[in-house]
Ligand binder design. Structure first.
Ligand SMILES: CC(C)(COP(=O)(O)OP(=O)(O)OC[C@H]1O[C@@H](n2cnc3c(N)ncnc32)[C@H](O)[C@@H]1OP(=O)(O)O)[C@@H](O)C(=O)NCCC(=O)NCCS
Length: 150
């Protein structure tokens, strides 16, 4: 089941993200940051446990990023990541069908399966690179920009 997150999910969300933030695959988020934007977080529940998380960030009414996407390793390859992404796309497009939805990712094959296509970094506005200061990789960014193309 995919549903919007609420404040009581934050500890679980942090525990899902933690292994990947340590590896530098997902950007670190604090409890406070998640609380401040909890309405943009979605979680999946599997067998009574939170199995995955995904969020979006609105840069403008026409530009939205999918971020903080992670599934617990024990729940990989069950379609959970894809369902989280599709649910966010559905909800965002319901509000504005013309919005451009992008992701910066080290998992391009996964996002391709979700209907995203690789784009040149320069095609996305400068402001999206503002989070780089919080990233352990900083100027050695190896993330691949992808845009939803369905
Ligand atoms: C990427 C991630 C969210 C995928 O979650 P998941 O629930 O295992 O993925 P799904 O089961 O929904 O997979 C959907 C499709 O993508 C494919 N896929 C998933 N991960 C893949 C990978 N690493 N490489 C290639 N294909 C992959 C699946 O085979 C599946 O294909 P299908 O639709 O043909 O069956 C999960 O591996 C993860 O949390 N990784 C660590 C954090 C991360 O990389 N987050 C993304 C950063 S933006």
């Amino acid at each position: 089941m995919i549903r919007r997150a609420n404040i009581s999910d934050i500890e679980d969300i942090l525990s899902i993200l933690e292994p990947y933030t340590k590896e530098g695959i997902v950007l670190k988020r604090t409890h406070e940051e998640i609380a401040d934007s909890i309405e943009h977080f979605y979680v999946s529940e599997t067998e009574g446990k939170l199995s995955g998380v995904a969020a979006y960030f609105t840069y403008s009414p026409l530009l939205v990023e999918i971020r903080s996407l992670a599934v617990r390793k024990s729940f990989f390859a069950k379609g959970i990541g894809k369902r989280l992404v599709k649910k966010i796309i559905h909800d965002i497009r319901e509000i504005n069908p013309k919005v451009k939805i992008f992701a910066l990712t080290l998992s391009p094959e996964f996002f391709a399966k979700c209907g995203f296509k690789k784009v040149e970094k320069e095609t996305l506005p400068e402001k999206i690179w503002k989070d780089c200061v919080n990233c352990i990789k900083q100027n050695e960014c190896d993330e691949i920009p992808m845009v939803y193309a369905e």
